[in-house]
Write a protein that binds this ligand. Structure first.
Ligand code: ADP
Ligand code: 5SP
Length: 518
């Protein structure tokens, strides 16, 4: 590995399935990257939690790993950019200790608090204050759940942070966040890019609990001696504000101009569009958040369980592939995707609704559940895998449609995330979207975007657009197939009907499960 990196930029992505750290130079060349996985806990149905101190432990080890692998002098690292899973709630007490496990973005326990906000503040007022409606995913609802269900923990709160901002606190001692990630807390005035005094007052959340808000490229602090020792960094290294994982991923994909849109299949699925001015879906089905580009916004539609659906299927129904992965040196996802190619477009009438963790766009329905519809005895495992990929693409197309309805152009679609590794999943997306999709050369995703933000913050690039123009190029395209397009149009229609037919049954199912499981 190279030892002559003069200007290192470190990007850290505190993800849901693990932390990813990349070390690039000012030319965008990545000299080392590593991922360290960690689990999440599901103590009850709908609950999803993680231990923030595990994030920090694994992040410090991952930083050490990439510095060693790149053979770079720690002092050559000119800036660190942070990104991570959005919305997840981290609570600290006066001594800076974590009060309880983080309640994650995918956790669905807060419907009562969503209803409370709707009753006490009103959905319209909430959209007026924060640009978004109350949703179970957003941080403020999680905070109110702690108020209602764990008053002893609530009484100890001194600071409320997001995942990447907890890592910032451990690196620098600073309490800070950035506008894009803060947008997903339901406490930010997204239009003015500062905390909403009205919303905080309405929820009785002291603004002193909240970190200082910066634009993504601004320096928020320097690595402390203690953190330098733990992570193998040089004390004094600058840490920029960074961005939520979707905004950082958008930077890594060059989604920094109108018309360029990304479709990302990670655990969640996200369609992300740049906006020069603030644009809102009146029904709140798309999120309206600040972009990491200063002075810009974005809208995004979210599929709760996109790659997460295939992950679930792999874990439960591809155990042989998992157990032999090392032996045969083939990734189980790759094997499943190859198998899915044996099924035709439309999976012979098998339709999958990817609602394993409820759904955000377009239904805003935490009670929706996953469905395989149309099973017959002729369906094989290949059909199930293909149906999952198709169902996720239908959900992403629902997001695309809502973005078009806001008159935002979709001229050029860039696919990314783990799902874009699969040629089949790329083709299905092109066919369902009825337009070509493109991949970009730099495939390190949000961590790379965070490193670019560090590059702008430490003066390597004048602006984010300059950095993207210089470093991000498309590397391939997948065209839509007209015959498949026609098949998918018909099944997509049915897919929508299946949800509408089942909506009340999902509510009844929830009530039944609650009654039985308590
Ligand atoms: N070779 C592959 N073929 C198809 N899907 C894949 C492949 N590799 C990864 N995936 C999908 O990508 C998801 C992980 O995406 P990634 O962007 O790495 O995750 P995260 O959301 O944790 O950032 C997996 O859950 C899986 O569904
Ligand atoms: O909830 C959202 C965005 O609103 C997710 O983007 C999470 O921020 C994490 O997603 P993965 O990267 O783990 O898929």
């Amino acid at each position: 590995m190279t030892a002559n990196v003069e200007t290192g930029l470190l990007g850290i992505d505190v993800g849901t399935s693990g932390v990813k750290v990349v070390l690039c130079d000012e030319k965008g060349v990545c000299h080392a990257q590593t991922t360290r996985e960690y689990p999440f806990q599901q103590p009850r149905p709908g609950y999803v939690e993680q231990d923030p101190d595990v994030w920090w432990r694994e992040t410090a080890l991952a930083i050490r790993d990439v510095i060693r692998a790149a053979g770079v002098e720690p002092a050559a690292i000119k800036g660190i950019g942070l990104t991570g899973q959005m919305h997840s709630l981290v609570l600290l007490d006066k001594a800076g200790k974590v009060i309880r496990p983080a309640i994650l973005w995918s956790d669905q326990r807060t419907q009562a608090q969503v209803d409370w906000i709707a009753d006490h503040v009103g959905v319209e007022k909430t959209i007026q204050y924060t640009a978004n409606p109350p949703l179970t995913n957003f941080t403020a609802t999680k905070l109110l759940w702690v108020r209602d269900e764990e008053p002893e923990n609530y009484a100890r709160i001194d600071k409320v942070l997001l995942p990447k901002d907890y890592i910032r606190y451990r690196l620098t001692g600073a309490f800070a966040t950035d506008v894009s990630d803060a947008s997903g807390m339901l406490l930010l005035d997204v239009e003015k890019r500062c905390w909403s005094k009205e919303m905080c007052a309405a929820l009785d959340v002291p603004t002193a609990w909240l970190p200082e808000v910066y634009e993504s490229i601004n320096v928020t602090g320097e690595v402390s001696s203690e953190a330098a020792q733990a992570a193998g960094l040089a004390a004094g290294t600058k840490v920029v504000a960074g961005a939520g994982d979707q905004a950082a991923g958008a930077i890594g994909n060059g989604v920094v101009r109108p018309g360029v849109v990304s479709s990302t299949i990670g655990t969640s699925g996200v369609v992300f569009a740049y906006a020069d001015t603030i644009v809102k879906d009146p029904q709140g089905r798309l999120h309206t958040f600040c972009h990491a580009v200063p002075g810009a916004w974005h809208v995004m539609g979210v599929t709760q369980s996109a790659g997460g659906s295939l992950q679930w299927f792999r874990n439960e129904f591809a155990q042989l592939e998992q157990a032999t992965a090392n032996l045969i040196q083939r990734d189980p996802y790759e094997l499943l995707a190859l198998e899915a190619e044996k099924a035709p477009a439309g999976s012979d009438g098998l339709i999958y609704l990817p609602y394993l963790m409820g759904e955000r766009t377009p239904h805003l329905d935490p009670l929706a559940r996953g469905v395989f519809f149309g099973m017959t005895a002729r369906h094989q495992r290949a059909h199930f895998v293909r149906a999952i990929m198709e169902g996720v693409a239908y959900s992403l197309q629902d997001c695309m449609q809502l973005i078009r309805d806001l008159n935002l152009p979709i001229d050029h679609v860039r696919v990314s995330g783990g799902g874009a590794r699969s040629p089949l999943w790329r083709s299905i997306q092109a066919d369902v979207f009825a337009q070509s999709v493109y991949t970009v050369q730099a495939n390190e995703g949000p961590a790379f975007g965070a490193a670019l933000l560090a590059g702008v913050g430490s003066g390597c690039f004048a602006t984010i657009q300059d950095a993207c123009d210089e470093l991000i190029q498309t590397s391939g395209s997948t065209e839509a197939n007209a015959a498949n397009q026609a098949v998918y149009q018909q099944y997509h229609h049915l897919y929508g009907d299946v949800y509408r037919s089942l909506r009340s049954s999902f509510q009844a199912l929830h009530a039944t499960v609650q009654g039985i499981e308590g």
